[in-house]
Design a protein. Sequence first.
Length: 312
Amino acid sequence: MLNIPSPEITPEHIYLSRRKFMSGASKIMLGAALTVACSDQTESSNSDFDSGNRQTDRDNLGDSWTSYKSITNYNNFYEFSVNKERVAVMAQDLRISPWEIEVGGMVKNPGRYHVDDLLSKFDQEERVYRLRCVEGWSMVIPWTGFPLRRLLDEVEPTMNARYVRFETLYDPVQLPGQNDGWYSWPYVEGLRLDEASHDLTILATGIYGRALLPQNGAPLRLVVPWKYGFKSIKSIVRMDLVSEQPVSLWMKAAPVEYGFYANVNPNVHHPRWSQDTERRIGELQRRKTLLFNGYAEQVDNLYTNMDLKIHF
Ligand SMILES: Nc1nc2c(c(=O)[nH]1)N[C@H]1C(S)=C(S)[C@@H](COP(=O)(O)O)O[C@H]1N2
Ligand SMILES: [Mo]
């Protein structure tokens, strides 16, 4: 039997469920084509960027940053395209300024914020994180942003608030993928309040010290490095503090495949593929996937006494 290493060869998370008619053989050929296209593009170096006054160009496990070119040209953003290599072009005209984000629900101080105001209000920090997509590929991305906790402190969640629910812009004209009736738009994600308040959880505004580009979720996107990439919702316009666990777009689309927690976990496999290993974009060898994407020391206390196979 041909061992297809990962669903990365397919362009979308629920590819198989949608395109059952596609034969195994043509899938493998498409896979080969995409892999070639991808390695072409990831070969490029970071040399066109001055990393002069940075403290490091590696993450905390010693891995090098993924090239800016790959980070900005190999994207999952279904509002534009399910083809990772087309997202960057399709997204370039997204109007990202002015941009407001509304924070409401169970908070003492609901409000609307201009992204520009958030940028001046909160110190922007650089955070180099691994991003592990549920499809089995990963990158190391030097984000700029600020802890989500800062904004939560500002709005003051009330006693009954237990979760944060996030929403992406809904605008089928600018985001043509939202005409695809397979999914329930807008893209929604959620975190438990303690996860949202964790120091690793940031709202990102930049990459490589530059302003975030539309394909990466400009002007403001969530980054939760110990969870699969799909939790890191892009181009956020709304956040609500709620008492009930939010239902995300992926939970609605395929509840057996995508749970609420989505913690990176090599011991809990996707029903259609293993999560044992991943391919770091720009590298040829697959590497072992780490529990909580290598951030177990920082986050495993959030999940004591929880069965991660049930709460996947
Ligand atoms: N709104 C929105 N957010 C999204 C997605 C999406 O399709 N729409 N894709 C997710 C997935 S599956 C991944 S892996 C990451 C990819 O982020 P990147 O393209 O910046 O690397 O974004 C996540 N956030
Ligand atoms: Mo992903």
